[in-house]
Ligand binder design. Structure first.
Ligand code: PLP
Length: 510
């Protein structure tokens, strides 16, 4: 038999009796809406269909796909919804293509996902990057640095703010921290030629569990008047991997949005993926909201179980009361037990067949999905309890070491900044390959990002700093590969803009 290495690895994985606290949120189909699960079980491969009579066409929907999108839009409170089969990534890129361009500025927070940087290459827009506050001990972004942004916004009086801009929000962050949407709205909606795009890849479920902002949590950005909002349905919802939604309430943008979505997607979209999007809207209408609340409760009981063990700390407990997080994202530190996050994830993986969403030196991230149950929570709590007990028996001592490198990376002296040339100009410029260590001072031609979480350390047009290189080396040293680098003969290389290339635009430093 010819080797099928990926298939073999997936089969081993599926057969391994493993428990995962990661995406996709349906947790191996256990959280699929009942009707969709029945169909998949009964017909399996027969559901892999194409644009046959009666099955509509995603590129120009006028039948069952259109009806399903309309229902999703109605439920979400959008004017229109576009189904995505290439993840929230395609939706963000499409929204940027439709709402921005080379004559517009894009204002984005430093902790933006790589999809936004890809969108900048597509549109040719020059970015202004807003610093974000960092939780230095946990190495996690705390959202836009509002103080720094406001100082910069006041520069309006001296006429330095762009007339035409696309304002980008991230709500919530990868670790589930919600943005201050009222503040974002005040800025994004105050100027006639500014548009507002919200990346809610991790928040498709939030407006439903918190209808009307009940429980102290904010509803989604659509309710605040964002021009376009993008959801992943495979992260915290019930969709299959790659499913997402682009919502907009701007009828005047509908034509450009449709065209841009078509540009970013396959002309042969998977009907299984689209069916799982249809199943998500039906789920929300048929009791799914109580399932979402059940998952919240389950996550709270996992958090309580972990706290009861002792020795573990939860990030959400240490945040100021004004900062709200999604209870289904649990960010956990075992440093007081003398175990770093990467080692904790390794022990969970090898000794307990449990996989986590993300591990860094400082923490691990667990995602409680719709397919989890009490037995899963018990298994995780027992595993953490025995790891904790073993660490205490060994007399391991904790540490509260701080990661200053990350601080410097994101804070950038607390000033909004722009790259030397636009990401598009850098992308199309002549390139050179240089050794990573020799790259500081050069302009990057590529994006370098660890995934997860997919927040770039380097992106096209940006002058590469020593801190960026140190960060990449430390990420790779912890076993996570950064996309965007090339390797040969034991050395690591990065593509930079050729030295002979003359830079046509100078960066702004507001
Ligand atoms: C904040 C954020 N936005 C967008 C995306 C892209 O989502 P998708 O994987 O559905 O393309 C991710 C993926 O991790 C993300 O974390």
């Amino acid at each position: 038999m010819t080797a099928a290495p990926l298939l073999d690895a997936m089969t081993n994985y599926a057969e391994g009796g493993r428990l995962g606290f990661h995406t996709p949120g349906h947790h191996r189909g256990k959280g699929f809406p009942a009707g969709f699960a029945r169909l998949v079980e009964k017909y399996g491969p027969a559901l892999d269909l194409t644009e046959l009579p009666g099955l509509d066409n995603l590129a120009a929907p006028a039948g069952c796909i259109e009806e399903s999108q309309r229902e999703t839009a109605r439920l979400t409170g959008a004017g229109s919804t576009y189904y995505l089969v290439n993840g929230a990534t395609a939706g963000l890129e499409a929204a940027m293509l439709a709402m921005s361009g080379p004559d517009m500025t894009t204002i984005l927070p430093a902790h933006c996902h790589t999809a936004i940087h890809r969108g900048l290459v597509l549109t040719g827009s020059m970015p202004i990057i807003l610093p974000c506050r960092m939780d230095s001990e946990w190495g996690l972004p705390l959202g836009v640095d509002i103080k720094a942004a406001e100082v910069w916004l006041k520069a309006e009086v001296s006429g330095r703010l762009p007339d035409k801009a696309l304002w980008i929000s991230v709500n919530p962050t990868y670790h589930g921290l919600m943005a201050d949407l009222a503040w974002e709205k005040n800025i994004a909606k105050a100027r006639p030629d500014w548009r507002w795009l919200a990346d809610e890849a991790h928040g498709a479920h939030l407006p439903f569990v918190n209808a009307g902002g009940a429980g102290g949590r904010a509803p989604g950005a659509l309710a605040f008047g964002a021009d376009a909002v993008v959801h992943s349905v495979h992260k915290m919802g019930t969709g299959m991997t790659q499913t997402g939604l682009l919502h907009s309430s701007r009828a005047d943008l509908a034509g450009r949005l449709r065209q841009s979505v078509n540009i970013m997607q396959s002309t042969s979209p998977s009907y299984l993926l689209m069916a799982s999007l249809d199943a998500w809207q039906a789920f929300l209408q048929n009791g799914g909201v109580s399932e979402l609340r059940r998952a919240d409760e389950l996550a709270r009981s996992l958090a309580d179980g972990i706290k009861a063990i002792g020795g573990y700390r939860l990030w959400q407990d240490e945040l100021p009361a004004s900062m709200k997080t999604d209870p289904r994202k649990i960010t956990l530190s075992s440093r007081e037990l003398g175990i770093d996050g990467i080692s904790l994830a390794e022990v969970l993986r090898h000794d307990y067949a449990i996989d986590v969403e993300l591990a860094t030196n400082e923490h691990i991230l667990l995602i409680v999905g719709l397919g989890h149950d009490e037995a899963d929570v018990c298994r995780m709590v027992k595993a953490l309890a025995s790891i904790g007990k073993a660490a205490l028996a060994k007399g391991s001592k904790g540490s509260s070491e701080r990661n200053r490198v990350i601080d410097k990376m994101y804070e950038r002296g607390q000033k909004p900044w722009s790259p030397a040339i636009s990401p598009r100009e850098a992308f199309f410029s002549p390139r050179e390959k240089v050794k990573l260590e020799a790259s500081p001072g050069r302009l990057a031609a590529v994006t370098v990002a660890p995934y997860p979480p997919g927040v770039p350390v380097i992106f096209p047009g940006m002058e590469i700093s020593k801190e960026a290189i140190e960060k990449i080396i430390s990420i790779e040293g912890s076993g996570i590969r950064c996309a965007g680098l090339t390797r040969a003969g034991g050395a690591v290389f990065v593509d930079v803009v050729g030295e002979t290339y003359s830079v046509s635009k100078q960066g702004v430093s507001p």
